[in-house]
Design a protein around this ligand. Sequence first.
Ligand code: ADP
Ligand code: MG
Length: 281
Amino acid sequence: MSAPQSLRVVAPAPLLQVDGVSLEYRTRQRVVRATHQVSFDVHAADRFVLLGPSGCGKSTLLKAVAGFVAPSEGEIRLEGRRVAAPGPDRVVVFQEFDQLPPWKTVRQNIMFPLRQARGMSRAQASECALHYLDKVGLAGFADAYPHTLSGGMKQRVAIARALAMRPKVLLMDEPFAALDALTRRRMQEELLALWEDAAFTLLFVTHSIEEALVVGNRILLLSPHPGRVRAELNSHQFDLASQGGAEFQATAQRIHRLLFETGTAGGAEGTTASARTAQAR
Ligand code: ADP
Ligand code: MG
């Protein structure tokens, strides 16, 4: 007996589709190609990591998803609709500690986009700001000014501000790269705890293989400039506790080879056409 139609399993459509996207910077003298025909899908509640060496176009890709840079080729779709401009459904957390306007308190920093883009009343925005400050452990600093906070605390505020907007995709561009090693580790842990709590969809950029393995459930490896897809890996089995373990180390080494060995033997993995088949599981 064949299964009734209604029982057929249908894979959910990806939340975010990056489809053959090339990105370029045009100056008067020349055109710089930042990425070449990059494709990947991000599903709801993914922690999707873009990993590659400096200059491979990770930040440019994130800016394109955010709607600040238009593809010269290909298309980016969010819930099936082409991304053409920035919007409150995509919020970016940057590496720099100065992303919070210094003349606003921590609470006002979080309230501002809630009032502007979400149309919340002052009272609603304040309540929402305190809720998310509590989630990042900074409830006691609501009325502090950013310059009185440490780098890690400023990044927590930026994360609270982003999560408070309840974006469809949270975009993070090397958010912990400027922190000391211990703080960075703690922030990775906290980010994962926040995700356990709220299961938001994350698109996270890093050039650190270890960070990619810890933070991501899926990792897209990009070749050096211009960025092309080298491979896509599942990494949900790794977390902070597995860091340093044998399987973790072996995977880190394999990623290192995929990223940096451009020799002829690995040539097949370097082309965009075959990269999607180089899935390592
Ligand atoms: P990543 O974040 O991976 O380090 P980027 O996306 O910042 O890489 O940059 C990708 C490439 O685009 C690099 O070669 C960089 O020099 C170039 N690039 C970045 N921003 C600009 C810009 N505003 N004008 C011209 N070229 C740029
Ligand atoms: Mg960058």
